[in-house]
Design a protein around this ligand. Sequence first.
Ligand code: GUN
Length: 294
Amino acid sequence: MILLDGKKISSEIKEELKEKVAALKNNGKGVPGLVTILVGDNPASQSYVSSKNKLCKEVGFNSKAENLDKNITEKELLDLIDKYNADDNYHGILVQLPLPKHIDENKVIQRISPDKDVDGFHPMSVGNLVIGNDTFFPCTPAGIQEILKRYNIETKGKHLVVVGRSNIVGKPIANLMLQKKENANAIVTVCHSASKDLSKYTKDADILVAAIGVPNFIKANMVKDGVVVIDVGINRVEDKTKTKGYRVVGDVDFDEVAPKASYITPVPGGIGLMTTAMLLSNTYKAYLNLNKKA
Ligand code: GUN
């Protein structure tokens, strides 16, 4: 079993970006900039957003965190997005999801300029992904593809089974890996909460992507020997022995499944770090695209 080391690979990506940013100095066009917008005080969201900003600073990007009260109106949020759509210092706009119930998530996503859609959630980006055009790919799916690529794991003709059909992971990873392209070209199955006898599908997976949101959901008897396991789950479970009172576990029962796997991502230290690395890549891409247009 080989551990797919998200820490190592994401560090390599960060180093590559650091060098690219250093080379931009004195070009008169500034550096890539990302604004994160967080509404409310969900602790997990707060932690994701602060690590995104910290990483931006580490690679030399400009970054700003807009942390808004949970009672902000939808109009105030849309106005703030308009402001950053028009601000040349920021090339990427990330609105952390989920949003409070009184705000229409779709409306917010669609307000972000497709040129600054570094999350790849805008319908324009989603449509381009589906038809195989170059665009911003959502960060978690892009991170999964990148780690498979950097470990030279064959995807062509392989059966990739995704468990979960969210707009953030399940649907985009399925579409990305289905493309007739390098590092894709897989045979894709998407399972979800209405799938009866889930094991029938997961046992046939050459590559299994677990994006369910249930701690330790995938067990050893649900996979075949030699499977490549990508665990997208980031679940906080109570653990009184930890100072924070919780520990983070994935959607895969690592101790059970790892001995059967050829490759597996750990949690933490796997896909979570790849996701933030790809956010940086997308922000750099947005910077290049916007400068080309200017
Ligand atoms: N919430 C959970 N994952 C994500 C993500 O990748 N981007 C944003 N904006 N919100 C999220």
